[in-house]
Design a protein around this ligand. Structure first.
Ligand code: KG4
Ligand code: ZN
Length: 346
């Protein structure tokens, strides 16, 4: 079954064709990052406009690269929540129009569920991702870390998720981006922190700047806002004393602390729930420190760890088409009254 996946929840206009939930026939993305960089973050109005301009071309490109005509597509999957509402509406209305015109089923996909499906796309070809222990099938635990979300979820089936931990303030990616901005790196700053941190190799014994480990009421909840403020205070104090800031060391300390918090909580959740498998996903899953730490600590506890390749960590259409396949099998289709939602529980 061939599914066209459409993703416009933030600043990537993305379309892909995926067969049977895992075989990627095409995966095309028009990124707007260079434009939003000028403003230090995503400008929702600009994002919507660019999606409107790009969506037809990206969709045509995805069909062409897959070797399919619209007739060959069996269903159209689209991200309908959560995300920037104006941006979501562009993809959703485009998908609705296409589904109506071509008489194809329309499949609504939750963005975070789509991120989880990124891992199914590389099954079973181990060389495409870092896999320890074979194929990924539910049930398992998923750590989803992106610019808008940080969640620990029990993936009970391909379509049934239960959130057992979430951020009470900033998402991990948001914290990376805000700290990067304070350190003078461009938007989105996660990858610049990653690069800067690489020169330092921070570990619990060597972190040069000791940062707070925020407490949360829920055992598996996260809080990154205080951590971000602590970094900003360190920068200000150093500047006020007229000292030179070691940017790379502070980036390494921040990255180590975030990764330590994420991995510790996720692996504690794994122990408590009795799952044996953990999957990482979302834009922050591209972080080299996080990938290494989860792989290492997961292996120490005997867990199977699944991490998507870098190309499937950030927003893309293939993950939407991948999740769309399982939603379709579960009978989750929609008619043209489907709406978009800026926030929606999983
Ligand atoms: O999943 P995503 O593409 O979009 C959302 O759904 O939010 O995630 C984007 C986030 C941004 O905050 C970006 O800075 C972060 O992922 N990110 C990284 C890295 N690459 C992207 N964060 C840390 N290290 C990276 N290498
Ligand atoms: Zn995302």
């Amino acid at each position: 079954m061939k599914i066209l996946g459409i993703e416009t929840s933030c600043d990537e206009t993305a379309c892909a064709v995926v067969e049977d939930g895992h075989r990627i026939l095409s995966n095309c993305i028009a990124s707007q990052i260079e434009e939003h960089k000028l403003y230090g973050g995503v400008v929702p109005e600009i994002a919507s406009r660019r999606h409107s301009e790009n969506i037809t071309g990206v969709c045509e490109e995805a069909l062409e690269q897959s070797g399919c005509r619209l007739d060959d597509i069996d269903a159209i999957a689209v991200t309908y929540a959560p995300g920037l509402i104006g941006a979501l509406l562009v993809g959703l209305n485009f998908a609705k129009g296409l589904a109506l015109a071509a008489d194809k089923p329309l499949i609504p996909v939750h963005h975070i569920k789509a991120h989880a499906a990124a891992n199914y796309l590389i099954y079973p070809e181990e060389m495409h991702g870092i896999q320890v222990g074979g194929s990924l099938t539910p049930p398992y635990l998923c750590l989803a870390v992106s610019g808008g979300h940080s969640q620990i979820m029990e993936v009970k089936s391909y379509t049934d998720f239960s959130v057992i931990g979430r951020t009470v303030d900033d998402a991990a990616g948001e914290a990376f981006d805000k700290v990067a901005r304070a350190l003078g790196f461009p938007y989105p700053g996660g990858m610049y922190i990653d690069k800067a941190a690489k020169s330092r190799n921070a570990s619990s014994d060597t972190v040069q700047y000791k940062l707070p480990y925020p407490k949360t009421a829920g055992n598996f909840d996260f809080s990154f806002s205080g951590l971000k403020t602590a970094v900003i205070n360190i920068i200000h104090n150093i500047e006020q004393r007229g000292e030179k800031l070691d940017k790379n060391a502070l980036a390494a300390s921040f990255q180590y602390t975030v990764c330590d918090i994420l991995c510790t909580k996720a692996l504690n959740a794994l122990k408590l729930t009795g799952h044996k498998t953990i999957a990482l996903t979302g834009g922050v899953a591209a972080n080299s420190g996080l990938r290494e730490m989860l792989k290492e600590r997961g292996a120490e506890t005997g867990a199977d760890v699944f991490i998507p390749p870098l190309s499937l960590c950030g927003d893309n259409g293939a993950m939407v088409a991948g999740q769309g396949y399982y939603e379709f099998l579960a009978g989750n289709t929609a008619d043209s009254s489907l709406n978009a939602y800026a926030s929606l529980d999983i």
